[in-house]
Design a protein around this ligand. Structure first.
Ligand SMILES: CC(C)(COP(=O)(O)OP(=O)(O)OC[C@H]1O[C@@H](n2cnc3c(N)ncnc32)[C@H](O)[C@@H]1OP(=O)(O)O)[C@@H](O)C(=O)NCCC(=O)NCCS
Length: 206
């Protein structure tokens, strides 16, 4: 969808992010998980404050409304919220490690309108700007169709990621960065020239 806009999330956005994430978790996973599994998935999903303080988390708006949020990581944590197990704040090496795509959520009101694709392209472009050449992520079942359509491929999966017997899988996926495609996607979705996007990403880093 054209007509979307983006900005870097800050601390003041946390209540709106939490609200959107919860609605997305509860609504958009219904086609993929049972109610018990959705409840269990909350252990491995949600708000990661580190992404906000790293300024690598994006807010997407459409028609003046919050349409989605998601980001990317230059740290080792692969998936989950601040409350999830298995976190590592260690910095990745762009020459050796894939950058992480993190905490992707569309508002149920904006599902299948290109929000997920724009979030991926922004993360891909930002990671490319910092020298990464690969991306990886830990996907929900609900996320897989988006990531497969974008070019990610499964490399492994954990069948019971929450560790509580409800068998909510997390699927590790990877793909090489395709910078020119990411640039085109951002421009088509937002109308913003690539030079301006790159400038705004750089000022988020400064
Ligand atoms: C995964 C998620 C972020 C996708 O967001 P989205 O904005 O609806 O995705 P997009 O509109 O950008 O989809 C782009 C393409 O991906 C594919 N796709 C995305 N969601 C799909 C679905 N549910 N079924 C089939 N294909 C899908 C399609 O090819 C789609 O293009 P099309 O609509 O033109 O056919 C959203 O479903 C969501 O928030 N899910 C719940 C939370 C979650 O599981 N997040 C992932 C964490 S890893």
């Amino acid at each position: 969808m054209a007509g979307l806009s983006w900005r870097i999330a800050d601390e003041a956005d946390i209540p709106a992010i939490s609200d959107l994430q919860m609605r997305s978790i509860e609504e958009l996973q219904k086609a993929f998980l049972t109610p018990d599994q959705i409840e269990s998935s909350k252990k491995t999903m949600g708000l990661d404050r580190q992404l906000i303080s790293d300024r690598t988390y994006f807010m997407i708006e459409g028609g003046g409304r919050l349409a989605g949020c998601g980001g990317w990581g230059r740290r080792a944590t692969l998936f989950g919220g601040s409350h999830s197990a298995g976190r590592s704040d260690a910095f990745l090496d762009p020459d050796q490690d894939p950058a992480r795509i993190r905490a992707m959520y569309a508002s149920p009101d904006f599902a299948r309108r290109g929000v997920g694709k724009l979030l991926l392209a922004l993360g891909e472009l930002a990671a490319s700007e910092e020298g990464f050449s690969m991306l990886t992520l830990g996907s929900t079942l609900a996320g897989m169709p988006l990531y497969e359509a974008y070019g990610f491929r499964e490399v492994s999966r954990v069948e019971d990621a929450s560790g509580d017997g409800f068998n909510v899988p997390v699927i590790t996926m990877t793909m090489p960065i395709d910078r020119s495609r990411a640039e085109r996607t951002v421009t088509q979705s937002t109308g913003e020239a690539t030079a301006d996007t790159v400038l705004r990403l750089a000022s988020a880093r400064a």
